[in-house]
Each structure stands twice: as C-alpha cells, then as structure tokens.
Design a protein around this ligand. Structure first.
Ligand code: AMP
Length: 234
C-alpha cells in the first residue's frame, strides 16, 4: 500500500491505477484529465482525441469512424476497444492512466474488465463521475474552441482567449469541433443518456464510483477530484 504522498514528486512516482472519468460531453473530463496528468504523472487516454487523430491521418480506423463521429453517434465497440488495447499496452501506462471518454458503453466496460484481468493488473480501477447541469452543458459545448497545436480548451462565453478565436499560447486559430454543432450535440447527449448513463450503475454496484459536481469553477472541481483520488490509498 502507498503511504500518503507528501510532495508533487511523490504523487508522480506512486502507483495510481486506471482512473475512469465519466460524464456527459462538456462535463469537463478533458480539462480535468489534464490536471490529473500534471499531478500524478500518468497519461491521459482520450478515445475522442485518438479517433480524431486517426481521422486526421486518414488511417483505416479514421475512415471508418469519421462519418459516425461527425453525426454525434458512437463508434462501434470493436473498433474503439482495439484502439484502447494498443494504447494501454504501451509502457507509459504501467503506473496507471486516465481514461477520458472510455468506456462509454457497458460492453466496453466489460471488455476493459476482461483486458485488465487478463494482464493480471493488481491496480484498482477508480471511477469518477462529473455531473453538470444540462443547460450548462449546452453552453459549454456550443462555446467550446480548441487549439489545434497545444490542445488548450477555451470557451467563448466563460473562458475566451485574449484575441478572438486565437490561442493565447500558440497564436494558432482555434477550432470548432464539427460535432459541437447543435444537431450533433443533441445526438451526443442522447447517446450519453442511452449508452453511458447505465455505466454509473455498473460501477456504483461495485462500490468504486465517486460522483462530484462539475458545475463550479474548474479549479474547484479539480480540488474535489484530487480529494476523491487521494482518499483511496493503493
Ligand atoms: P469525445 O471527444 O469524447 O466527445 O468523442 C468524440 C466522438 O468520438 C464521440 O461522439 C464518438 O463518436 C467517438 N467516441 C469517442 N470515444 C468513444 C467511445 N468510447 N466509444 C464510441 N465512440 C467514441
């Protein structure tokens, strides 16, 4: 068992285990995952980012996923699980990782359990669900802009860049995700209700789910998240 961490270096060297971030699109999973990366030194695995990268590179996976993603529907479990298996097998995941946007269906969660068991993983799985008021989600998604170079996420209503549509750090023109259109947002939130909400019960029944509110300022949410993660000694 780890003794309590006393320094940032301490956090970044201890076993962490896979941390699943659950939450609707726009709940702040990506933003919070970046804070966990900084504190605990484990990689963020965002299936949305990995898929978008495949689309950009024009891989076979990217070609299969593109239209489904643009519409806001979910890519098939088979494709996503194969992609995650490859990513989780890399050495940087040895101490743990943050799964951002995965699993998104009970089928994917069952696959993950089997994958971790087959690898003899002794590190406990932890699940943090970030809940956010529906109207706030809509505002966050329609206002979201991302820097294509450094990945910084802005919001045109609540956290705009200093110069309109330009990244403060990189000077690059910010991008508006195609699936952040109002129509696709509706489909994505429906997919979340139908396919991803049942995951809360799946993990709650195992006693490994912690729910935190994502309605407050990002820094406050981060503090609550760290408190939840630090509570469990592994
Ligand atoms: P995100 O960036 O997490 O909002 O994901 C963007 C899109 O990628 C989703 O709307 C889906 O089309 C696809 N996607 C990402 N993660 C998954 C997943 N775990 N299962 C199925 N599709 C996914």
């Amino acid at each position: 068992m780890n003794t309590p961490a006393t320094s940032v270096a301490d956090y970044a060297s201890r076993a962490v285990g896979p941390i699943i971030l659950l939450g609707a699109p726009g709940a702040g999973k990506g933003t919070q995952a970046k804070q966990i990366v900084e504190r605990y030194g484990v990689p963020q695995i965002s299936t949305g980012d990995l898929l978008r990268e495949n689309v950009k590179l024009g891989t076979e996976l990217g070609k299969k996923a593109k239209a489904v993603m643009d519409s806001g529907k979910l890519v098939s479990d088979d494709l996503v699980c194969d992609m995650v298996a490859e990513r989780l097998s890399r050495p940087d995941c040895a101490r743990g990782c943050i799964l951002d946007g995965f699993p998104r269906t009970v089928g994917q969660a069952e696959w993950l359990d089997g994958f971790l068991a087959a690898r003899g993983s002794k590190l406990p799985l932890r699940v943090i669900k970030i809940t956010v008021d529906y109207n706030k989600l809509l505002k966050r998604l329609t206002g979201r802009r991302t820097c294509p170079v450094c990945g910084t996420i802005y919001n045109m209503y609540t956290n705009p860049p200093k110069v309109d549509e330009i990244c403060d750090r990189e000077g690059a023109k910010l991008i508006f995700r195609k699936d952040d259109s109002e129509e696709a947002i509706g489909t994505r939130l429906k997919a979340y209700d139908n396919d991803t909400l049942p995951l809360s019960d799946y993990y709650r029944q195992r006693g490994i789910l912690t729910e935190i509110s994502g309605d407050s300022e990002p820094e406050q949410v981060t503090n609550e998240l760290f408190r939840a993660l630090d509570k469990v000694s592994i």
